[in-house]
Design a protein around this ligand. Structure first.
Ligand code: ZN
Length: 250
């Protein structure tokens, strides 16, 4: 029995790229990552460059149309978190991922806060009309290298936060409230190097939560964690979720 899993009702979970690698989505910065293989691609993910250069947009859409995330399925860790969401449990997932796999695993959309947006929606930067991300990718595959808004001809962009763009203020405020209200705050598969998402750990600890970090590599927040777990996410998260459920009913 692990003490911090007992009697927990309010759980905040912060997830990063590491939770999705078992679903076949490479960590952008990891050894098989997009930017490791082609560092110049980072330019295509920079807001000003994307908005001002059609060639950059073509590179963005070409890179994204081949992204394995479009066909990825939730893995054991996503499923275990979705199963943890049951009556009497207040669970919220704050994710740095844009892949939508928490929702695909069965977690209600309102319980998932997407800090960096979602690749499953595209938005027109001119008229703000939204359209499914997969529909835009289908147009790329059908031979449109740089699809424009069908309503107004404006530049289409995936609803993700590019370099040089701010995070959604409402999502960030809500995330801080969730971190501050949590009894247990789990940070899973994130290096905790990207702010302001990472400092949510400090918010949770300052408010009295137990912080548990599950990540392969050390993070800047390890020293304030109740426990740091190096076990693979695919086994650690289902094990912890089972302990929490057992500890809630006892
Ligand atoms: Zn438009």
């Amino acid at each position: 029995m692990i003490e911090w899993t007992q009697g927990v009702r309010r759980i905040g979970v912060l997830t990063g790229a590491g939770i999705s690698t078992d679903s076949g989505i490479p960590d952008f910065r990891g050894p098989d990552g997009l930017w490791t293989k082609d560092p110049s691609l980072a330019e295509a993910f920079t807001y000003n460059r994307f908005m001002n250069d059609g060639e950059v947009r073509k590179r963005f859409w070409a890179a994204y149309s081949g992204n394995s995330a479009w066909s990825a399925k939730p893995n054991a860790a996503h499923r275990a978190l979705a199963e943890l969401d049951r009556p009497g449990m207040a669970l919220r997932v704050l994710t740095q991922n844009i892949d939508g796999l928490h929702q695909r695993a069965g977690l209600a959309a309102r319980k998932v806060l997407e800090l960096h947006g979602s690749m499953h929606q595209a938005v027109c930067t001119k008229c703000e009309a939204t359209t499914p991300g997969a529909d835009v990718i289908a147009r790329v595959h059908a031979g449109e290298p740089e699809p424009a808004c069908k309503d107004c001809g404006g530049i289409l962009k995936l609803a993700i936060v590019l370099f040089g763009e701010y995070l959604n203020g409402d999502v960030l405020d809500q995330s801080k409230q969730i971190a501050a209200a949590s009894q247990l705050f789990l940070a899973i598969g994130t290096t905790l190097e990207v702010e302001p998402a990472a400092s949510l750990c400090a918010v949770a600890v300052a408010a009295g939560a137990n912080l548990v970090i599950i990540n392969r590599d050390p993070t800047p927040y390890d020293r304030i964690a109740t426990e740091v777990i190096r076990e693979p996410i695919g086994t650690a998260v289902p094990r912890i979720c089972a302990e929490i459920m057992a500890g809630a009913s006892g």
